[in-house]
Design a protein around this ligand. Structure first.
Ligand code: ADP
Ligand code: MG
Length: 728
């Protein structure tokens, strides 16, 4: 027999094949099962309608139900372009077609029994205007703001009022579903959605299986699945809705963590690693010669890495640490453990510049050890390459540093024991997988992935739920805080004066321009113009300006970079190519142009380029002309904190985890339906701990009481992409 959950939504009353196809295209819903898994994002609470006169603060969003009494469109200088009042008053502007490109603002006056209020739209007027018929009554939902002496509401959400109480035989809360313009235009309104849901639930709820075993429902105090589904769509009360939400969120987070952890356990039992029982002489020689003490965090992380490498299982560890927290040091010491156990290590960097810099640093640390290191990049000559290949094959090279040339070349190692990948998000999954084949005699090397893009804990738990995570949460002592300031474009003369005063003190300045792929041409133009402007204001012979961008050849790029790193150039104008890793301790000023176009974590990376030397450092954010509220928030945050993890948490709240930088390429393993990684951190933690405790008792989930869980994991939604986090 067919499962009713799999029936097509076209069989719902009033839908049919055409609407069904549209709903599929717009919302991706095909079956009854899909439909009832599509939850409201908000509820209209009929008991929660506020009367206009009782709005007393702009603290919280309110919902009013009111009639439209006047609609006005304003152009520049509050010139009235269109005026619509009830009962056929002739509109100013004479009823001609409205030229929406001239409209700056739409003002809608609404009225309920208690009073009047103004609603304002600055955007989307073309779309909203035709819907705002005078005389119509709607529910408006939004945050009041104080304007003059009164409250108004900017860009409220607009809904058709729920029709008479008890439409669905339920309480006062009506679900509001995500919709699109196309759906609304073809009559799939909120009301139609509610009707579809009611009918689908009536027909198929009884076939929905309970996905969590009873013992879990009891232990966690969760309501049954069917109750949750009924009440997420048609809550009988606020209390029942809360129970439904908690149940569904917990289920989602719990199953996700269960899938990730199970994979991790399977791996850690089966992945044989090269045992490295000692730290070795090279490690000690390097350690004892260090000119500074390791920070507590560095020591802790090295201990974690050491115990992994000793264990006989393969290490798969993610090392997170803010820019400048000393990850390179940790990488070198880890590599030396491998060398001390008769193996080789490789360090892969995402760019040539960075590989070279790593190489220079590593050489410094290796001096007292006698271990030989080498550099292999795209521009290594064929002759040098042959020598390198030989050294790697016979084992005389202990540590190799390079770009992806390392894996693309047909390099053979004598005995590769540890692969360190820096700035992991720039490596594709396939590239990482190639490393496996570089291990020898079938034993994969230990893997250490390092990233300076701080990932919030909740996201890390999900993205890397199957990796062990170490965090360096402490900067080496003596770092001077970086002063971050924001300025408007108009303040450029003052900025230039400030730059000159810093250069007079012998410091160097970075100026970074955004480069967004879709806008490449325009962006290069802005960069060129910016460069011209700088050269004009900072003329030779007093000043020397270098420019670096992605369209230059490697030689030109290198030449300009060298000019800056060696101190010959005072100013480096560039695109974000300098984002990763460039180390010029004498550079104390970072100027970021069109700051609103950068994401928070990218800004944070850029800022990390200064503050490396002894001088007081500055990061100056230059704002373009039009700044959205969200951009302004980001800029304020940058000025408020230097803590990368704090910024990452906030970034995630502002933009949602799907958009987080550094995660696009790896991608979230699953898309969450109801839970939010940004907002449900506590519940995620609880779900993870509970999943851990279940796997501790029943690692293979073979106990019959856990059969429903196995069933859920099999259904695929929670299957984590294979080799997702470098595990395959
Ligand atoms: P990351 O790779 O995390 O950005 P680095 O390893 O490049 O950071 O370290 C930044 C700077 O701090 C380097 O110049 C390094 O020599 C120095 N450094 C690293 N660890 C310490 C420490 N424990 N004490 C003092 N300086 C340190
Ligand atoms: Mg680094």
């Amino acid at each position: 027999m067919n499962n009713p959950l799999d029936s097509s939504i076209q069989f719902l009353p009033g839908i049919g094949p055409t609407r069904a196809a549209l709903i599929d295209r717009e919302l991706g819903l095909k079956t009854f099962g899909d439909l009832i898994g599509f939850y409201p994002f908000r509820y209209i609470d009929r008991s929660g309608i506020t009367s206009i006169s009782s709005i007393t603060s702009s603290e919280a969003a309110v919902q009013i139900m009111a009639r439209i009494v006047r609609v006005r469109l304003y152009g520049v200088g509050s010139n009235i372009i269109y005026d619509r009042v009830p009962d056929g008053t002739v509109p100013q502007g004479g009823g001609q077609a409205v030229k929406f490109n001239l409209v700056k603002r739409m003002s809608v006056i609404v009225q309920d029994a208690s009073g009047e209020m103004e609603l304002v739209w600055f955007k989307g007027v073309k779309y909203m205007f035709p819907k705002m018929a005078t005389g119509g009554t709607y529910v408006f939902f939004g945050k009041p703001s104080v304007y003059g002496q009164r409250f108004n509401m900017v860009h409220p959400e607009v809904d058709v009022p729920p029709s008479g109480p008890g439409t669905m035989g339920v309480g006062t809360l009506t679900g509001v579903y995500t919709s699109t313009e196309k759906l609304k235009n073809s009559g799939v309104t909120g009301k139609v959605m509610n009707r579809m849901m009611a009918s689908a639930l009536d027909q198929c709820l009884q076939y929905v299986p309970e996905s969590l075993p009873d013992y879990i429902l009891n232990a966690k105090g969760l309501v049954p699945k069917r109750f949750a589904l009924r009440n997420i769509h048609f809550p009988k009360s606020q209390n029942d809705l809360s129970k439904a939400v908690r149940r569904l969120k917990f289920e989602e987070l719990f199953l996700l963590q269960l899938a990730l952890l199970k994979q991790k356990y399977v791996r850690s039992r089966s992945a044989v690693g090269i045992p490295m029982p000692k730290v070795g002489e090279a490690f000690n020689a390097c350690y004892n010669a260090l000119p500074f003490d390791l920070t507590g965090a560095q020591k802790r992380v090295i201990k974690e890495i050491r115990s992994d490498m000793m264990s006989g299982h393969q290490m798969n560890r993610l090392l997170q640490g803010d820019v400048g927290s000393g990850k390179t040091m940790v990488a070198v010491l880890s590599a030396l453990i491998a060398v001390g156990n008769g193996c080789q290590a490789c360090i892969m960097a995402p760019t040539e510049v960075l590989a070279q810099q790593h190489f220079a640093n590593v050489q410094k640390y290796l001096a007292p050890t006698g271990v030989k290191a080498a550099l292999l990049t795209g521009s290594t000559s064929a002759k040098d390459r042959r020598i390198l290949h030989e050294g790697l094959e016979n084992g005389s090279i202990g540590i190799i540093i390079g770009t992806h040339a390392l894996i693309e070349d047909n390099v053979t190692f004598h005995r590769l024991g540890l692969a360190i990948i820096d700035e992991q998000h720039r490596f594709g999954v396939e590239q990482r997988a190639k490393l496996w084949t570089k291990g020898n005699s079938g034993v994969a090397p230990h893997i250490l992935v390092m990233t300076a893009t701080p990932i919030p804990r909740t996201l890390a738990m999900t993205l890397y739920g199957d990796l062990d995570v170490s965090v360096i949460d402490e900067l080496p002592p003596g770092r001077k805080p970086i002063q971050t300031l924001q300025i408007a474009e108009g303040k450029r003369p003052e900025l230039y004066r400030f730059m000159k005063s810093q250069i007079a003190k012998g410091r160097q300045v970075f100026i970074v321009y955004p480069l967004i792929f879709e806008n490449e041409k325009l962006d290069y133009k802005a960069l060129e113009e910016g460069y011209e402007d700088i050269v004009e204001h900072f003329p030779l012979p007093d000043y020397k300006v270098a420019i670096v961008h992605g369209q230059q050849t490697n030689e030109v790029k290198q030449f300009n970079m060298d000019a800056f790193s060696s101190g010959r150039a005072n100013i480096l104008v560039s695109t974000t190519v300098i984002e990763v890793g460039v180390d010029v301790p004498n550079a104390s000023v970072m100027v970021i142009e069109n700051v609103e176009r950068f994401g928070l974590s990218q800004l944070h990376q850029l800022r990390g380029r200064v503050g490396r030397g002894a001088a007081a450092s500055f990061c100056i954010l230059v704002k373009g002309q039009k700044i959205s509220r969200e951009s302004q928030k980001r800029i304020d945050l940058m000025c408020a904190t230097e803590n990368g993890f704090e910024l990452a948490e906030e970034d995630m709240k502002l933009r949602g985890p799907g958009d987080m930088e550094g995660t696009q390429q790896s991608g979230l393993p699953v898309s969450l339906g109801i839970a939010s990684l940004a907002k449900d951190g506590m519940l995620l933690q609880e779900a993870r701990e509970y999943a851990e405790s279940i796997l501790k008792d029943d690692p293979e989930l073979t106990d019959t009481k856990n059969a429903p869980l196995v069933q859920e994991l099999k259904r695929g939604k929670y299957k984590v992409a294979k080799n997702f986090s470098q595990i395959s």
